[in-house]
Ligand binder design. Structure first.
Ligand code: IMP
Ligand code: MG
Length: 185
């Protein structure tokens, strides 16, 4: 049995609370804010979260790659950029998890270079103990106090498990089994 970190019902509770927080934060914006989902990990979270935002927003997506297996590779690659003009608009970056903070540091400076009014960060998980810089998350779903590798609901190990509906801890034996299986498939 896997250890459940966030069940389907808990995911909806977290998205509802974060949606209200974001709605409150952007209710007096003059220009329509842009919510930027970071692919691929944040896609399921983004889809649920935006249903709980009760204001007019634009949705956009950006894709980066920084992870290989269970470790950050240390370099961030931009695979797809945003398509909206962010000038003078509030941009809210939506991520699955902020771990070392390396990806988010890159994302914040990349988005800031487009001249937005403000840049805010929303993450389903905040692994603050693993942080290697001063990146802060404005809207935190769940703060993780233990450095465990989690999967499901967008989060992957070697691109697998993103489609699972709950967030669980990847057990070492299952990881080993998958590593072996991926050599042949
Ligand atoms: P960071 O640059 O170290 O903050 O890593 C951010 C990215 O690493 C996230 O967007 C995830 O894609 C991935 N990541 C970090 N921790 C985990 C985890 O526990 N499970 C799955 N992916 C993770
Ligand atoms: Mg990710």
């Amino acid at each position: 049995m896997r250890e459940i970190v966030l069940s389907k019902a808990q995911i909806q509770e977290v998205c509802s609370r974060l949606g209200k927080e974001i709605t409150e934060c952007i209710k007096n914006e003059k220009k329509i804010p842009v919510i930027i989902g970071i692919m691929k990990g944040a896609l399921p979270f983004m889809e649920d979260l935006v249903k709980y935002i009760d204001e007019k927003v634009y949705l956009d997506y950006l894709q980066i790659s920084s992870y290989s297996g269970t470790h950050s590779t240390g370099t961030v690659q931009l695979l797809k950029d945003v398509s909206f003009d962010l000038t003078d608009r509030t941009a809210i970056i939506v991520e699955d998890i902020v771990d070392t903070g390396l990806s988010m540091k890159y994302l914040i400076s990349h988005i800031k270079s487009k001249g937005p009014k403000d840049v805010k960060v929303c993450a389903l998980f905040d692994k603050a103990i693993a942080r290697k810089n001063d990146v802060k998350v404005d809207f935190v779903g769940v703060s993780l106090t233990e450095n465990k590798f989690i999967i499901g609901y967008g989060l992957d190990y070697r691109e697998i498990y993103r489609n699972e509906p709950e967030v669980t801890v990847l057990p070492p034996d299952e990881k080993e089994e998958l590593d072996k299986m991926l050599e042949t498939r």
